[in-house]
Design a protein around this ligand. Sequence first.
Ligand code: NAD
Ligand code: DAU
Length: 337
Amino acid sequence: MRILVTGGAGFIGSNFIHFILKNVDGVEVVNFDKLTYAGNLENLAEIEKNPRYHFVKGDITSKENVESAITRFNVEGIINFAAESHVDRSILGPLVFSETNIIGTQVLLEAARKFSIKRYLQISTDEVYGSLGATGLFHETTPLAPNSPYSASKASADMLVRAYVHTFDLPAVLTRCSNNYGPYQFPEKLIPLMIINALSGKQLPVYGDGLNVRDWIHVEDHNRGVWDVFVKGRQGEHYNLGGMAEKTNIEIVKFILNHLGKDESQIKYVKDRPGHDRRYAMDVSFIGHELGWKPQIKFEEGLSSTIDWYLSHQSWWERILSGDYQSYFSENYKDRV
Ligand code: NAD
Ligand code: DAU
């Protein structure tokens, strides 16, 4: 089976491609990615010559780009990781979030319909449920209440997936996951930003009081769940995934500093994010009962090994900070696609 993995040059998508090539026989992956600032083909340098891996530079908002990739590779399944994914950027410039996350999803759904794709999986997020108070969990039945332009665009895409299942009997499934961490995460997100700033002797900007809570999951646990849902999930169903590891932001920052043997003088409390959601936490019992999935990587071990990964991959993140990573495609792929 050949699957189109959109956004495969990003953080979760590139980890997913590594996961499939390592763990699943008989599946070929077509990585379809626009290579925005968040797309980094260096994440896949180790496997780029694998005959089960193909790359297409393309935009999910382009019907022509999407249809040409599907027909060229005879694609049978689609997993849509492609998105504008950073909440802070969605506050600074919301429009591209609607274009990519809503229109892009609809272009993919139309193509899935036209080419009778056997399975479509939409990667969504816990943020579509809004914000929790001090107690309680997000369940699959929790009403959608997105609070940022990012989460509103993701929730809109979820509604389109639902409508295409209901109206056109599209064989689609959907996952909603909590905050991921792990290798290859773009250093605009909390964990890689704090690790790299700590290593570089810079300030660690903690928003507000630092007591906002996220439910952290290792990207490998998430991707194992994505594959389980893609293979075994029920058409039209949506599945919550999470790490069952709730932490305040300040706990995370202190853990990183402690692991690196640094004191807390680099921490700087800064102005809060507008509309900052206070707490996310997932109930993952449904996917547990239905598909037998649960997170396996203990947070403290996963975060320690992630910090060590950034320590041993300094040139990976230095090339991002310098912008050099953006020339990888023109230097290495121009004769191949
Ligand atoms: P990311 O920003 O690291 O990667 C996004 C990728 O999509 C990049 O490679 C980018 O080039 C590509 N892309 C963007 N616009 C595109 C377009 N128009 N056409 C084709 N490709 C395009 O994101 P991520 O953190 O890996 O997130 C992947 C998915 O998972 C997103 O849908 C996100 O909403 C969702 N998600 C993320 C998290 C998290 O903690 N990071 C948690 C839950 C869900
Ligand atoms: O919950 C899933 C979501 O997690 C995904 O859907 C998003 O794509 C992903 O970006 C992430 O969103 P968050 O806003 O939770 O992640 P971020 O890493 O931007 O921020 C995590 C927390 O840390 C949040 O409470 C804001 C805070 N923060 C973040 C940054 C970048 C800081 O205090 N300082 C910072 O510099």
